[in-house]
Design a protein around this ligand. Structure first.
Ligand SMILES: [Zn+2]
Length: 166
């Protein structure tokens, strides 16, 4: 008996399912179990294909918020580590070019102009540690000033006095 009506077909299928539920139920479960890996792969592929959709973005946002909520302590510790690492990194990265700009091209020791590319290689700009590294001075911008290489080296060997004129 062919059923033309969609609703009737549906009702018939439901009835058939009700009648055979105990027999089919485990079969469906077994089928699901057998295809679990496949379904998961499919779900992942679906996610990849649709993750830029607004709905997916919403889902991802919610998931991220939930993750944040459940990993708060862990995240805080991670952030602290990251900050410490950043600080250490900054402390190592004092650029002569930055010092040159900041100190307006003036030597912090003899207070005269520093040429960016002088003819005399001993007068090139250099990074002078206000508190010398040997005395525990940090490698930071706060402890750095621009100086002629010559002034810097003279100060290094002779302490804080003004270097003699060339
Ligand atoms: Zn100088």
């Amino acid at each position: 008996m062919p059923l033309k009506d969609k609703a009737a077909r549906k009702a018939y299928a439901a009835l058939r399912y009700q009648t055979h539920k105990d027999e089919w139920g485990p079969k469906y479960a077994a089928h699901r179990e057998a295809n679990r890996e496949k379904n998961r792969t499919y779900a992942a592929a679906y996610y990849r294909a649709h993750r830029d959709d607004d709905g997916q973005k919403e889902v991802a946002k919610k998931r991220a918020a939930e993750y944040y909520r459940t990993h708060k302590e862990e995240n805080r510790a991670k952030a602290a580590t990251r900050r410490a690492r950043l600080r250490a990194l900054e402390a190592e990265k004092v650029l002569i070019s930055e010092l040159y700009t900041r100190d307006k091209g003036i030597c912090g020791i003899c207070h005269r102009r520093v040429e960016w590319e002088p003819k005399n290689p001993r007068m090139i700009p250099s990074h002078d540690h206000i508190i010398p590294v040997a005395q525990g001075g940090p490698n930071t911008y706060a402890n750095a000033r621009l100086a002629h290489l010559w002034c810097n080296q003279s100060r290094g060997t002779r302490g804080h006095g003004q270097p003699r004129l060339m």
